[in-house]
Design a binder for this molecule. Structure first.
Ligand SMILES: *Cc1c(COP(=O)(O)O)cnc(C)c1O
Length: 495
């Protein structure tokens, strides 16, 4: 299968799309068409393990990757998760389910893709005949950085450098990154917010001068951000798997529609659900949940994307985003794959901070998506009420999705489709906020909060977070957003 740029300038193999990360014209790579999964194939996937299902979905897009090798790579990646099933579907109530995607090495859903990306990238380099060292640059709002570092640490022929907004991530997230082990890793805090951090990194990726200079040093750039198709593809798999779990446990009949509620920031996770739908999975409504940074809620309700608004720091930092990069892929589909229109809108967004959909596109958006946002108080209340009712502790991001799902259900009595809420982080990753929500106790120290949360909820503490306390801090550098390239170059030159 070939991949094309959303801005029209390129057509490459899947391996090349993954290695390169972003198209030369600044667009995102999308499959030339959506591969279809038939009803028969869905039936065949029913008895399969998660890794086998994932490998099957991936091979639909990445046909130049050896299928058996891909299955082994999936098995290896998902063997790093705690528990039997890397993506368990938990029944909460009649018609209400939680898809837990936080059992990986860093306790957030980013692990679903980033434990597999190193294989996809390394193999991609082989398939493309690339001999240079690969330098991965990551801009993170918190969870991607750590998951990428864990995925790529000590990988042969790869270096990874992570930039995060100095004041924009939680204490736990910062500590997870600052204590990262591995010889080929570097972590830098950037003065500014996530959007500024992401824009600065994107600038390096789209600069021919930077890339030429790096190539002279024997280094090529790649991205582990969610704009990379190698991030998106493994995420499509868990929507299939959740659906199949509903069928195999007798909760639904094969073919019945299921709604998904997704806590959304960069629009990568929910886009994967859309891709699953386009591949033939019976997906009903997609509930797009935002926090107080509700640019997507407004976009879905009105068709106007307007980033000219205040940026809030919230207790769900991985959703503190005003420019949702992966939305570009949806725009491409909404426009009937009109690359010129996508390009004009992205230029308008960069220049004016706003663009508006055409009427028939707005119609499609409303058909496909429903949106809501969850403020800070509502986040706390949702965690509290949900724990009271079900004794199920949720993290702050998942709470936003649960809040939106609850409002959707209340306002759409006619829609009887089961609701799967996508749970994107362990409550232990945001222990102070969750502890405060559940008990009202405001505990300043993260590790004390973990301990008390464990007592209050009896939920098992993930091993990786329990160990964090003993680890030495390795990275303390803080940089200005205009000074990232020299740092990347210096790191590239290190032996
Ligand atoms: C990254 C992240 C999100 C947002 O996902 P997107 O794919 O960026 O929309 C939500 N919750 C958590 C915990 C995350 O780490």
């Amino acid at each position: 299968m070939k991949f094309i740029s959303t801005r029209g300038g390129e057509c490459v193999s899947g391996a090349r799309a993954i290695v390169q990360g972003i198209a030369k014209d600044g667009g995102l790579f999308v499959p030339e068409q959506f591969p279809q999964v038939t009803r028969e194939e869905l039936e065949q996937m029913l008895p399969q393990s998660y890794a086998e299902r994932a490998s099957f979905v991936l091979s639909k897009y990445l046909d130049e990757y050896d299928a058996e090798e891909l299955t082994r790579a999936c098995e290896q990646a998902y063997s790093r998760f705690e528990g039997e099933d890397p993506a368990p579907l938990v029944k909460i109530d009649a018609g209400l389910y939680m898809l837990e995607l936080f059992h990986g090495p860093t306790c957030a859903f980013k692990d679903m893709a980033l434990t597999l990306l190193p294989y996809l990238l390394r193999k991609g380099c082989d398939l493309c005949g690339i001999k240079e060292t690969v330098l991965i640059l990551v801009a993170t709002s918190g969870d991607t950085g750590k998951a990428a570092l864990e995925g790529f640490k000590d990988a042969a022929g790869v270096k990874i450098m992570v930039f995060y907004p100095d004041e924009g991530v939680s204490k736990m997230q910062k500590l997870q990154m600052a204590t990262q082990e591995g010889k080929n890793v570097r972590v830098v805090a950037v003065r500014g917010n996530f959007d500024e951090c992401q824009t600065a990194v994107k600038k390096i990726f789209t600069s021919d001068a930077c890339k030429e200079e790096l190539l002279k040093k024997g280094v090529v750039l790649s991205s582990a951000n969610s704009i990379n198709f190698g991030r998106l593809a493994p995420q499509i798999a868990y929507y299939f798997s959740a659906y199949l779990d509903l069928v195999s446990s007798g909760q639904i009949d094969m073919g019945a529609e299921v709604n998904f509620a997704v806590p959304t920031g960069n629009f990568g996770n929910i886009l994967a659900a859309y891709y699953a739908k386009r591949m033939g999975l019976p997906v009903g409504k997609l509930i797009c949940a935002s926090n107080k940074n509700n640019v997507l809620t407004d976009f879905i309700r009105t068709g106007v994307y307007d980033k000219r608004r205040e940026f809030y720091k919230t207790m769900s930092p991985s959703m503190d985003i005003l420019i949702s990069s992966n939305l570009e892929r949806l725009l491409f589909e909404l426009s009937g794959r009109n690359a010129l229109r996508v390009q004009m809108r992205m230029e308008k967004l960069a220049a004016d901070g706003v663009y508006e959909l055409y009427d028939e596109e707005k119609e499609q958006v409303r058909e496909l998506l429903w949106a809501d946002f969850c403020g800070e108080d509502e986040t706390v209340e949702t965690i509290y009420e949900f724990f009271e009712e079900y004794q199920y502790p949720m993290d702050t991001h998942t709470a936003c999705a649960m809040y939106a799902a609850g409002n959707y259900i209340a306002q759409h009595e006619k829609d009887a489709a089961p609701m799967v809420v996508v749970s994107t982080a362990s409550p232990y990753k945001f222990p102070q906020d969750v502890m405060y929500a559940i008990t009202g106790n405001d505990i300043k120290d993260s590790f004390k909060a973990i301990k008390h949360l464990n007592i209050a909820t009896a939920m098992k503490v993930p091993a990786s977070l329990a160990k964090l306390r003993e680890k030495p801090v390795r990275f303390t550098q803080v940089a200005d957003k205009d000074g990232l390239y020299p740092l990347a170059l210096g790191f590239a030159e290190e032996k």
